[in-house]
Design a protein around this ligand. Structure first.
Ligand SMILES: CC(C)(COP(=O)(O)OP(=O)(O)OC[C@H]1O[C@@H](n2cnc3c(N)ncnc32)[C@H](O)[C@@H]1OP(=O)(O)O)[C@@H](O)C(=O)NCCC(=O)NCCS
Length: 189
């Protein structure tokens, strides 16, 4: 898979257009800043502690793009002026394999950008790209998992048409509480 993939979403009255592209080394500092937020640390798996850690994490994302198992996108807001884009979030397609009917999605939004529909819009772009790209190779459904008390994530699932499927039992230490499995199927588009 080419790591030159760039996805875009239109601006809304509340929020600028979004650009989704594979992670770059230059994102490491903004990634560290976003990772300092307590909710991100609590709920997201992709947090880093310092710039060296961030650089290692970005390198791992780039390796994953090359092997074709996991596709992580930085989500950026397009801005006028000299700073033409700002990191506002992350979306990822993971557990991808040729002929496998299911893959998984994940996301977080930087604390300063929450409440403006960044995650649902980025997830919609990722979802369409995933089915367009891997549907012919057998991808039929995308799974979204969150812990039961992560209500904001549940809202993202609902708004992005990932229907509630089942309760998942807790699996500590990674998942100390029960979870929700939401699913979006290719055929339901
Ligand atoms: C869950 C998360 C990705 C939502 O991202 P977002 O871009 O703010 O998404 P939305 O703007 O659609 O808001 C979703 C819900 O967040 C809540 N919300 C709204 N404004 C918010 C704010 N300023 N701060 C925190 N939560 C807010 C609301 O419940 C909202 O639902 P509503 O639109 O029905 O009111 C974000 O809160 C986050 O990154 N949380 C920490 C990491 C995480 O939980 N990742 C998912 C793991 S499964």
């Amino acid at each position: 898979m080419s790591s030159a993939v760039v996805l875009q979403t239109a601006a809304t009255p509340a929020s600028p257009a979004l650009v989704l592209r594979p992670w770059r080394m230059a994102d490491a500092a903004a990634l560290v800043e976003a990772s300092g937020d307590p909710a991100t640390r609590q709920w997201a798996s992709s947090v880093v502690d310092d710039e060296a850690d961030g650089a290692r994490w970005v390198q791992a994302q780039q390796r994953d793009w090359a092997t074709g198992e996991r596709f992580g996108f930085a989500v950026l807001e397009a801005r006028p002026g000299p700073v033409c884009e700002q990191l506002v979030g992350s979306v990822v397609l993971k557990e991808v394999a040729s002929g496998k009917p299911a893959a998984e999605v994940g996301y977080w939004t930087a604390a300063h950008a929450r409440g403006r529909g960044v995650a649902p819009r980025a997830l919609e772009a990722l979802t369409n790209w995933a089915f367009d790209t891997f549907g012919a190779d057998g991808l039929e459904r995308l799974e979204l998992l969150h812990q039961v008390d992560n209500l904001a994530s549940c809202r993202v699932a609902q708004k992005s048409r990932y229907g509630f499927d089942t309760i998942l039992p807790a699996a500590p230490p990674s998942f100390p509480r029960d979870g929700h499995l939401h699913i979006r199927r290719r055929t339901s588009d």
